[in-house]
Design a binder for this molecule. Sequence first.
Ligand code: PLP
Length: 380
Amino acid sequence: MIYFDNSATTFPSEGVRSIVREYLEDEVSGNPGSLHTLGVKADKLYRECQTNIARLLGADADEIIFTSCATESANTAIRGYVSRNKRSGNKIISTRTEHKATLECLALLEKQGFEVIYLPVDKAGKPNLGLLEEELSKGGVALLCFTLVNNETGSVLPIEEIVDLRNKISRQTAIYLDAVQALGKMKIDLHGLGVDMCSFSGHKIHSVKGTGILYLKSSVKIDPLIYGGGQQKNMRSGTQSLMLAKAFEKALSEAAASMDDSHSDIAKINAYLRSELVKRDAVILSPDDAVPYVLNVSFSGFESETMLHCLEIYKIYVSTVSACSSKAKKVSYVLLESGVDRKIAANAVRLSFSRYNTMDEAKEFIKTIDEIYDTFLVKH
Ligand code: PLP
């Protein structure tokens, strides 16, 4: 099997599996909220986990909130911020190339009376910063919502410039950043970046599903999404899972330790695939400066879904549009918004890599593409 669909989800690493096994087999793992020794022990381990994760992300331990997934983190951040900070303005600025986790929150807020300004993006997926500057200068902007690495194209957001503009023009505007596809692929220093809220997902970095993080800067106040027993400083009620927190911590520390080597290996794989695919008349849709972990490519003569299923015959797994909406058989809205011609976008396939992929797999992929063209392409 060749698994090139790591932006959809990843397999738990061996290290993560063994942590999960260890906690499942622990018969009396306490509730971190309990006052007896088991609870105190669980709470201590939980806090250690928070501290380690915070250190790896350049944040403070009490700024790390454990959630079930990045979608929950996005909902908590976006909806919780505007609910709590009503006086900071009625406008939100974003783009139409965000993940649905953000777009659907924004659609809900529009129904509630917020004005959402969607900045156009260029062919490389970058939002128009001139327009951002103009809109910030008009005032009344509560929140900016952007994605650090686009899940379909790997396009990287110029976040430093965006933070600078916010700091220069509109300090009361908060920034929410979706860093789901950046985690493990680039160094993240949250305090250095200067964003206010940031979401992460464990299952994209070889943790298990059910593990998410919300970074909430200590000076930023939001309303919680989930009410109950007041766990996690009232920001996310519900008994904490030490096992899931540990799984995230393990996945993140493994990703951090292997990041430099993995980046250069994946960059070589990406460069090889790009050069071989263009020889076969494929159109590369990921920008040149995208993260190497994502390669969006349009194959002539095959619609996205047809190519996906042809590859599946050879046990090669890729995506069409992002996984959560791919069953809807639509052309990627991210590509269309980035100005890609509809016919080219209709044939787009996303290859996405992790540190476990190899050059041999990339060579096998190219061989398979040749075989698919020889076997399945209807010649006129
Ligand atoms: N944001 C981006 C950029 C993603 O790629 C995804 C998952 O595909 C999400 C958010 C949602 O993550 P989760 O599956 O953890 O809710």
